[in-house]
Design a protein around this ligand. Structure first.
Ligand SMILES: Nc1nc2c(c(=O)[nH]1)N[C@H]1C(S)=C(S)[C@@H](COP(=O)(O)O)O[C@H]1N2
Ligand SMILES: [Mo]
Length: 301
């Protein structure tokens, strides 16, 4: 294996751009300066031993169809999205449902920095140093009821700010979902930053999911609603193409997309003619394999 997931990276391993986690800057930008003191101190990095992509690469080659289907559309148009104030409705099978501001959420959270090898279904990959917190921490804040089996996520829908939603390429708003045990896995995070800066709009400001063992489209951006449910939630890409995109969408080199191979990937930043590299099962995050014990992952794609 050419790379591996490494739980023992130190902060020095990931500070190549000397920008990493300026927490004060991030929180202030989110309009939550007052809560600084409430933040925990659990700050460490986990990730791959691959070199992170540059900030420029991460913020200029994006998928965010609400702003257009071109890879450069989000960088061009996503500035129009108003991300402050922002609130997230958390409802369904939870003990403490409510509408929470980003400040409310961060006040209860510790911030972690991680590097994830992140990729998209078009078989390209990037290494992103995310700032964020475990999604499981948010779940414990609201108290998950024992009948809950799934988590449904929804993106903002703002026709005035999102030129792409005028086109019915997807059924808006963008929605995604995870099984509860996937959502609780420590690799599932809510990201608030990249390289220690507030997450740019094109990457899903102010709060986006990151599920690094799944194809990129599972990592829903600019979340406004999180609902705990007892049945499998609908997902945007599954609705758009049920035989192309399943609910699970685990990175799996053995299951090709009907229109392209998923056995190899092109690492962004290696140059367009850089050699493609083999794609690893679960994107190399072998520790999630036990979540799928006994499941046929060719059927549950
Ligand atoms: N709301 C929303 N979230 C989204 C998308 C989108 O179009 N809308 N695209 C998905 C896809 S297909 C990918 S590959 C990733 C891309 O994330 P990035 O631009 O930060 O690399 O975002 C995912 N989240
Ligand atoms: Mo994607």
């Amino acid at each position: 294996m050419a790379y591996r997931w490494k739980p023992d990276l130190t902060r020095a391993d990931v500070t190549s751009e000397a920008l990493f986690l300026n927490r004060r800057q991030m929180i202030t930008a989110l309009g939550a300066g007052a809560i600084m003191g409430a933040l925990g101190t659990r700050t460490f990095a986990q990730g791959t031993d691959l070199t992170p992509n540059t900030y420029e690469e991460i913020t200029s080659y994006n998928n965010y169809y609400e702003f257009g289907t071109g890879k450069d559309d989000p960088a061009r148009y996503a500035d129009a999205l108003t991300t402050s104030p922002w609130s997230v409705k958390i409802d369904g099978l939870v003990d403490n449902p409510g509408v929470f501001s980003i400040g409310d959420i961060l006040a209860k959270m510790t911030i972690e920095e991680r590097i994830y090898r992140f990729r998209c279904v078009e078989a390209w990959s990037m290494v992103v140093p995310w700032n964020g917190f475990e999604f499981a921490d948010l779940l414990s804040m609201v108290g998950v009821q024992s009948s809950a089996k799934y988590v449904a996520f929804e993106t903002a829908l703002r026709p005035d700010e999102m030129p792409g939603v005028a086109y019915r390429v997807l059924d808006w708003p963008y929605v995604e979902g995870l099984r509860l045990d996937e959502a609780m896995h420590p690799l599932t995070i809510l990201a608030t930053g990249i390289y220690g800066k507030p997450i740019p709009n094109q990457n899903g400001a102010p709060l986006r999911l990151v599920v690094p063992w799944k194809y990129g489209f599972k990592s829903i951006k600019s979340i406004v609603r999180i609902t705990l449910t007892d049945s499998e939630p609908a997902t945007s890409w599954n609705k758009a193409g049920p035989n192309e995109y399943g609910f699970y969408s685990n990175v799996n080199p053995e299951v090709d997309h009907p229109r392209w191979s998923q056995a190899t990937e092109r690492a962004i930043g290696g140059g367009f003619f850089a050699k493609r590299q083999p794609t690893l099962m679960f994107n190399g995050y072998d520790e999630v394999a036990s979540l799928y014990d006994g499941m046929d992952l060719a059927k549950n794609f």
